[in-house]
Design a protein around this ligand. Sequence first.
Ligand code: C5P
Length: 236
Amino acid sequence: MIPAEIAPKDRLIVALDLPSVDAAEAMIARLGDSVTFYKIGYQLAYAGGLPLIGKLADKGKKVFADLKMHDIGNTVTRGVESVARLGATFVTVHAYPQTMKGAVEGRGSSNLKILAVTVLTSYNDDDLHAAGFRLGVSELVEARAQQAQVLGVDGLVSSPEEVGALRKIVGHQMSLVTPGIRPAGAARGDQKRIMTPGRAITAGADYLVVGRPVLEATDPRAIADAIHAEIAQAIG
Ligand code: C5P
């Protein structure tokens, strides 16, 4: 079942993976009222982009602060409290129990939602073993999804291929947010496991994160509109 309560337009999150606030503001102006949801990650956040969260929120846009926090619980709690005050809608943390617990505490009853990154999609079983983990990727993703749900985390970030399995574990209580989306015919860049917007929605994703296919397009707004149309069609 595809939950219908999220407006189709809000399901596309455009990743503002750009080097400066000026470049981000120019892209936001080009996309205009076509895009309602943006993601700010390391590149822009550390280039002075955090105040954009409040600016965008004031214009009625939603912002996903992709900060992938991980620290002792108390530090995560205080950091998340600050992100909530900036006016973000989503913030990411790594899916370690103390970190997730601290983040849920920091979010409190604010409008901010916590998304946990289960296992980074660039990791395979060998990478996990080299980092000292006993479990392989699929077992660790499953274990962390269950822990996230028990701890009250609001959603998970995953590759589109994991969405179906995660939906079975967490039901519809949690939002599933997926990067690795490529409209048919778009360059895949460094993404290895990709899906089209329509297939990702049908697989059970709630939100799709898209960066380069929109940012590098000759007409970014036309691509965003085409993705919206594909999402609306997949929802039916
Ligand atoms: O340009 P592209 O559409 O590949 O951008 C995807 C966005 O999603 C980037 O901001 C990237 O950092 C992020 N992301 C990802 N894979 C993950 C987590 C986040 O591609 N596992």
